[in-house]
Design a protein around this ligand. Structure first.
Ligand code: NAP
Length: 218
């Protein structure tokens, strides 16, 4: 699949690493062109031949199967508005945890979520899927936590779009867990916050992961 990642920071690197491992084609855009070039160089050094950079995110979005908003909540919202019609009929992924300034709460009201707010900024024909907000960047680069594959919790209202995101997640060697409608992003964003607040007490250095254990297959 052709993946456009907007935001070449920690999560941009993590998601790009898994995307490339899964044989997908990655294009990077960052507000700072040097950041996307630098990440592309880093990914190429590790043998990835399928990474390119763009300074024209609207054109790149039109040419992509999945557009991943990999910046902070406020920036993701702005990017969604700016790309506007370029996101017609696109699958858009929001990965944000809408943290407050002290990283111990969310700025969104309890009866909504970052994902639902961003959804409202997209063209009606776009499909918004919440994903990756509960997986730390370093674990995405590593591809596992203590040898266990990563669980990526997703939410969205468009079943077909979620199937595409599931395939993308699985291509990178991860498990996709569909939690239901986009409204479930409220719980996923709370789970993301809980994961962050646990890092200090547990001393896990943002390298832990949420894992749903399953009963043995019948
Ligand atoms: N880090 C994690 O482990 C983790 C885990 C789960 C979810 N998340 C979520 O993932 C998102 C990104 O986190 P991160 O740690 O990757 O942050 P980050 O390292 O700061 O990366 C964000 C990147 O986006 C760039 N950017 C800002 N505004 C932009 C715009 N309008 N257009 C294009 N690029 C823009 C930033 O550039 P500047 O630095 O120049 O502003 C930066 O390079 C956040 O919403 C966070 O809540 C993070």
């Amino acid at each position: 699949m052709r993946i456009l990642i907007i935001g070449a920071g920690n999560m941009g690197k993590g998601i790009a690493t898994r995307a490339i491992a899964g044989g997908n084609t990655v294009t990077l855009y960052d507000i700072d062109p040097q950041a996307s070039r630098s990440l592309a160089d880093t990914l190429s050094e590790s043998g990835a031949a399928k990474t390119s950079v763009t300074e024209r995110p609207s054109d790149a979005a039109r040419d992509s199967d999945i557009v991943i908003l990999a910046s902070w909540y406020g920036s993701n919202l702005e990017i969604a508005k700016q790309l506007g019609n370029a996101l017609e009929n696109k699958i858009v992924v929001d990965i944000s945890n809408p943290l407050n300034e002290t990283y111990d709460g969310l700025v969104t009201a309890p009866d909504t979520s970052a994902a639902e707010t961003i959804r409202q900024a997209l063209p009606a024909s776009a499909s918004l899927v919440k994903a990756f907000n509960t997986t730390f960047a370093g674990t995405l680069v590593a591809g596992n936590v203590g040898g266990d594959s990563l669980d990526v919790f997703i939410a969205g209202d468009d079943t077909t779009a979620k199937e595409t995101i599931k395939s993308f997640v699985q291509s990178g060697g991860m498990n996709a867990i569909d939690t239901g409608a986009l409204e479930r992003a409220r719980q996923l964003e709370a789970l993301g916050l809980l994961g962050i607040t646990l890092q200090g007490p547990l001393g896990t250095g943002f390298m832990s992961g949420w894992k749903l254990t399953m009963p043995a297959a019948a």
